[in-house]
Design a protein around this ligand. Structure first.
Ligand code: ADP
Length: 169
């Protein structure tokens, strides 16, 4: 049984087993939540990302996939990096966004994580409409077959929090 909670705030402050990062395929950092995680988590995360790029992820991480690193100085054991799709009104990329949540939980299961914090993947720089992003996030996590006991969605602003709250019911 997985419980789902909504938290208003900064995901880099959460004390959980795994923090999910809305990364980009380079794995080498970016803006938004990615930048915040690397800033607070410190250089150990980027070092491990570089090692991944130098080994099995030579071409980067594909959209919809997930991979774990250390969480550095965060109050977490791991960061699970996943690459959300860029929103495109002329192409339905929902399956890729759902895959981010599912694959992140699969990686969390492999690690033995019991608690996982997610941001609202793709709803920032990648332009996904918040309400639809919330729908996909909640539906996918609810339907997931996972041993993770606690999932929290950490929503950065009131608009995101309200969108998730309206969908959580
Ligand atoms: P993407 O490129 O996947 O859209 P962003 O990081 O730009 O990723 O945004 C994803 C979501 O994360 C947005 O809703 C944004 O407001 C939110 N966000 C940005 N910084 C943080 C943070 N420190 N904690 C939680 N959520 C954040």
């Amino acid at each position: 049984m997985t419980t789902i909670a909504l938290v208003r705030g900064d995901i880099t402050r959460r004390r959980v087993d795994a923090v999910v990062n809305a990364a980009n395929s380079s794995l080498l950092g970016g803006g938004g939540v990615d930048g915040a995680i690397h800033r607070r988590g410190g250089p150990a995360i980027l070092e491990e990302c570089r090692r991944l790029r130098a080994s099995e992820y030579g071409r980067g991480l594909a959209t919809g996939q997930a991979v774990a690193t250390t969480a550095g100085n965060l109050d977490a054991r791991w960061v699970v990096h996943t690459v959300g799709p860029v929103f495109d009104p002329s192409e339905d990329r929902s399956a890729l966004l759902a895959s981010c949540y599912r694959e992140s939980l699969r990686v969390a299961d492999e690690l033995g994580a019991r608690s996982v914090a997610f941001p609202a993947i793709s709803t920032g720089i990648y332009g996904w409409p918040m309400d639809d992003g919330a729908r996909i996030a909640l539906e996918t996590v609810r339907a997931a077959d996972t041993a993770v006991e606690e999932v929290e969605f950490v929503l950065f602003d009131e608009r995101a929090y309200e969108a998730f709250a309206a969908r959580l019911g």
